[in-house]
Design a protein around this ligand. Structure first.
Ligand SMILES: *[C@@H]1O[C@H](CO)[C@@H](O)[C@H](O)[C@H]1NC(C)=O
Ligand SMILES: *[C@@H]1O[C@H](CO)[C@@H](O)[C@H](O)[C@H]1NC(C)=O
Ligand SMILES: [Mg+2]
Length: 262
């Protein structure tokens, strides 16, 4: 909670008002498209960043590599501000409302699959430092951040986690993090307040090297079902967390306009 507040205040202190003017500067004209010059003299059509974000969340905009240059401030503002938190709350609350209606068996086989990054844990401190726009992701520096084991919880997901536990649902964490990050990930989860789980599944690169997240996660969920688990819910920030096979009885998509994983 404290870290988010700190980041938000930092953003307010550094971003001035240019996002707001972007939002309010648009007119009702549809045609002609206003053309804007980007770096290197390329002409880029002005996009509505909130429409772009909607496109991302609805999986209409796919396979994108970076946030559009002109949306970097918008996305940073969204992620560090109230709207991201409100959106996360809505998703997780729906998850709880749904779970409450279920008849959870007492056999310990009803599970809820949680993704980790930008779902259970938040890497916002990393992105706040490195930026939200063109290539903030650097494998080396990101793994240095992960290896610190200090990622905070996404508070709204943690609330769902706790409520599910109280309903008797078991938690399975399924993440694209590589197997070698198992210990630090377990430590980080505990530090962030996730004290118990049925399974913590990381990506075994000897099996899944070069495979997409959809393939990897589908295959691991299939194994869970073969072991007799019933996936009653599945939550993640990427569409690849909830597409494919064995996706669970209901899926929940958290917001994430900062990166795309196929
Ligand atoms: C819940 O499950 C128990 C045990 O299987 C069953 O006896 C009961 O009828 C179920 N209740 C509902 C509302 O489905
Ligand atoms: C990536 O991060 C590492 C470690 O912080 C740094 O040494 C390296 O220069 C970075 N690479 C790029 C391309 O920025
Ligand atoms: Mg994720």
């Amino acid at each position: 909670m404290k870290i988010f507040l700190f980041l938000f205040v930092t953003l307010l202190a550094t971003c001035h008002g240019d996002v707001v003017s972007h939002e309010h500067g648009s007119t009702n004209k549809i045609f002609p498209l206003r053309i804007k010059t980007g770096p290197g003299g390329h002409y880029i059509p002005e996009v509505s960043c909130s429409s772009w974000r909607l496109g991302v969340e609805t999986h209409n905009v796919i396979n994108w590599k970076t946030v559009p240059l002109e949306c970097e401030t918008y996305v940073g503002n969204y992620m560090l501000g109230d709207q991201y938190r409100a959106d996360s709350k809505t998703v997780n609350r729906e998850g709880y409302y749904y779970a409450k209606t279920l008849n959870i068996s007492g056999d310990g086989k009803d599970i809820w699959v949680f993704d980790i990054d930008e779902t259970s844990l938040s890497n916002l401190p990393y992105y706040a430092k490195h930026g939200f726009g063109v290539n903030p992701y650097n494998d080396t520096s990101f793994n240095e951040w992960v290896d610190l084991g200090k990622a905070p919880a996404l508070p709204e997901s943690q609330k769902l986690y706790k409520k599910l536990l109280s309903l008797g649902v078991k938690i399975v964490f399924l993440t694209g993090r590589p197997l070698k990050q198992t210990d630090i990930t377990a430590k980080n989860l505990k530090l962030a307040g996730y004290h118990t789980w049925e399974k913590l599944i990381l990506k075994d690169l000897s099996i899944y090297h070069g495979k997409t997240a959809v393939t990897y996660k589908s295959s691991e969920r299939k194994k869970l079902e073969k072991e007799g688990y019933r996936i009653i819910g599945n939550v993640g920030d990427q569409w690849s967390d909830i597409l494919g096979t064995n996706t669970g009885d209901r899926t929940f998509k958290l917001p994430d306009p900062i990166y795309y994983i196929a």
